[in-house]
Ligand binder design. Structure first.
Ligand SMILES: C[S@@+](CC[C@H](N)C(=O)[O-])C[C@H]1O[C@@H](n2cnc3c(N)ncnc32)[C@H](O)[C@@H]1O
Length: 321
């Protein structure tokens, strides 16, 4: 081996140094995005930073008059790389409200703040669990313009990508057709994302029967049998989903992994509070059409000509005791 030829150790060191290098493009890019995110309403829910009644936009602007408006570009995915999987059982030091009423939704959906109460004027009704890079929400936003939609994602950098994507979309569409009463564009104001572990904290965010639709799009398959307990659909978790879902509400599932599809169908079929909807129903439902096409994972499957397995279930009424 020649003196100059790098060994594999050298390669690892070089890539580590690159990662920590303050001049690396990735690091510089992420620092600028972090600043933009802070200026343009960060969506953390750390209670020490939460203003109980969020500031109306006019006051926010007055207060931040001297802060220059950042130039917002759509984020670049390559700067938000993260491992493909995050262990849902590890302690991620996540932030979550003690109960749903403590959640400050105004920070996520400022265009929906009722100025007389300082709080948003409606509840989140659609949740995208494990939303990844946010493609589903972005296509659902115009399809449900009067509904608040929330993505929950466990990976921190993926969540930040979605936050930055939504900030940029809102900015870019600020001149779009505006609301007749407020004269403001509502484009993409009805979607947002939080970093959270849906397997642990869903009832901390949502009241009983609050949600009308829950999406599980291409959830992590956790192929090995000993990892099946990490799957996002289990008997216990289905009872939590039933708790936050309204009667008649829908669980949407889609995956390219047949074994996972069969697993989800088996558990949903066995649960007394869910009933499968027919393929005819799936064919006429606009969310099924959107979910088949719009998520990043779904697009990847389509590019690779893979199969997509869909199953949708209706939340049944609680049985009489
Ligand atoms: C295979 S990706 C699919 C992403 C997206 N739904 C799509 O179709 O493109 C699964 C996503 O779920 C997230 N995830 C896994 N377990 C989670 C949990 N317990 N709570 C929230 N998100 C989770 C992962 O970080 C990952 O981004």
């Amino acid at each position: 081996m020649s003196q100059t030829e790098p060994t594999s150790d050298y390669g690892v060191l070089a890539s580590l140094n690159k990662k920590n290098d303050p001049n690396s493009r990735r690091r510089q890019y992420r620092e600028v995005q972090e600043t933009n995110r802070k200026v343009l309403k960060h969506v953390r829910i750390d209670e020490s930073t939460v203003i109980p009644a969020a500031l109306p936009e006019s006051e926010y602007k007055k207060k931040n008059r001297n802060t220059p408006e950042p130039q917002i570009e759509l984020p670049k995915k390559r700067f938000y790389r993260q491992r493909a999987h995050s262990n849902p059982f590890s302690d991620h030091r996540l932030e979550y409200p003690k109960k749903p009423s403590m959640m400050d939704w105004g920070r996520l959906y400022p265009a929906y703040i009722d100025e007389s109460t300082g709080r948003v004027d409606r509840n989140v009704e659609i949740a995208d669990i494990g939303c990844g890079y946010g493609g589903l929400m972005i296509d659902l936003a115009p399809a449900f313009p009067d509904t608040l939609i929330l993505g929950m994602e466990i990976r921190v950098q993926v969540t930040q990508y979605v936050e930055d994507r939504i900030i940029a979309l809102r900015k870019h569409n600020a001149d779009a057709e505006s609301d007749s009463q407020t004269n403001k564009s509502m484009a993409y104001q009805n979607i947002n994302v939080i970093r959270g572990n849906a397997m642990k904290f869903l009832p901390n965010f949502f009241e009983k029967s609050q949600l009308k639709k829950i999406f599980f799009c291409f959830p992590d398959p956790h192929f090995k049998q000993r990892k099946h307990k990490a799957r996002i659909v289990t008997n216990t978790l289905l009872s939590e989903y039933a708790f936050v879902l309204a009667e008649g509400g829908i669980i949407y599932t889609i995956t390219d992994v047949l074994d996972l599809h069969e697993w989800m169908v088996k558990h949903l079929d066995e649960h007394p509070l869910f009933e499968r909807l027919s393929t005819e129903w799936e064919e006429q439902d606009k969310c099924v059409a959107i979910m088949r096409e719009s998520t990043e994972e779904g697009k990847k499957v389509a590019r690779n000509k893979g199969s997509k397995y869909v199953a949708c279930y209706k939340r049944l009424p609680n049985p009489e005791l």
